[in-house]
Design a protein around this ligand. Structure first.
Ligand code: UDP
Ligand code: MG
Length: 316
């Protein structure tokens, strides 16, 4: 794909309660040089601290910056989706607000994009999270790679640049469970991962805890794979087979003239076992149905409250 000679870069930054790190972020972005002209779009994801006020002030000062604020907290993936829909530029970058995604790397990403890659994303070489979280992440990526055929590279985040054409394709996708890394992998074209050391967050607290990560993991797996449904059927089949084997065993005992034990215990065990399997299967089916439900409601992905900066001028 040919690239424009003077391309523009659009930065998308989802922000949720980041007042502590914002001064540093604004400083870094304000003086960022990546060899192309750039605009920044902050998406305030229903912050309850001074984040929005700080961002709006920054957008009034710097004409390259804009801030879109959502009506409540919709979650990082939706904030990114909102950003992608409104961002301007021949190439779009997605970046965390807490400076865990070093903006200086964008220069390298853009170079690779100019060489012809459509997606250039960062791969984290070291993780600064606790041992428990790291193990959880590792298991998640392992599981994800096993259950889906969409290539979703390990140890990547949203951090990366993506060509305008692919952004338009992703924006046109109607689904509500938007796992950006998954969608980005799904569109294909030429993709390249670049390794980098992920620093610890510069200030503030992460908005993600184990339960939110688990939800994200479930979304990722259930939106990109029907393997759990298959696991359910296989487990069910296995349980049925065990039950059948047991029946044959009892029959053979009976036929060989043995007096059968009262059988209460085994009966109860079987009932519980099968009941358990049935509940698991129902649960998995329920997960998919709830996702179908989410999709058929056709609600908008997000609701915007205000737009400040270049976005306000261009959208009105
Ligand atoms: N974020 C968001 N909405 C949320 C949670 C997080 O927009 O509901 C933003 C947050 O401000 C940050 C990015 O998403 O810019 C990543 O969040 P965090 O640092 O908490 O996650 P982690 O670094 O652990 O992936
Ligand atoms: Mg972070």
């Amino acid at each position: 794909m040919t690239r424009p000679t003077t391309p523009t870069l659009g930065l998308v930054v989802p922000v949720h309660n980041e007042e502590g790190v914002l001064p540093q972020l604004l400083d870094t972005l304000g003086s960022l040089e990546v060899g192309v002209s750039l605009t920044v779009l902050f998406v305030d994801d229903g912050s309850t601290d001074r984040t929005l006020a700080i961002l709006e002030e920054a957008c009034r000062q710097d004409t390259r910056m804009a801030c879109l604020s959502l009506s409540r907290n919709f979650g990082q993936e939706t904030a990114v989706a909102a950003g992608l829909q409104h961002a301007r530029g021949d190439v779009i970058a997605v970046l965390d607000a807490d400076l865990q995604d070093p903006p200086a790397l964008l220069g390298t990403f853009i170079e690779k994009w100019r060489e012809g890659y459509d997606v250039v994303y960062g791969i984290r070489t070291n993780r600064k999270e606790s041992w428990g979280l790291r193990t959880a992440f590792k298991s998640f990526y392992w599981l994800l790679s096993k259950v889906t055929r969409t290539s979703i590279p390990r140890d990547t985040g949203n951090f990366g640049v993506i060509d305008r054409r692919l952004v338009d394709l992703i924006n046109a996708m109607p689904e509500h469970n938007r796992f950006f890394r998954g969608l980005r992998g799904w569109v294909g074209f030429k993709q390249l991962g670049i390794r980098y050391e992920r620093p610890a967050r510069q200030a503030g607290k992460p908005s993600y805890n184990l339960s939110r990560y688990s939800r994200l993991a479930a979304d990722a797996i259930l939106s990109f794979s029907s393997a759990p449904l298959r696991i359910a059927s296989w487990t069910g089949a296995l349980a049925a087979l065990v039950g059948f084997g047991y029946l044959v065993y009892i029959l053979s005992l009976y036929l060989s003239g043995e007096t059968l034990p009262p059988g209460w215990a085994s009966l109860i065990v079987l009932v519980l076992f099968l009941g358990g399997i049935q509940l698991i299967v129902l649960g998995i089916i329920g997960e998919y149905i709830s996702r179908i439900f989410d999709e058929v409601k056709h609600r908008p992905l997000f609701v915007t409250r205000t737009a400040v900066g270049w976005l306000a001028d261009t959208d009105s």
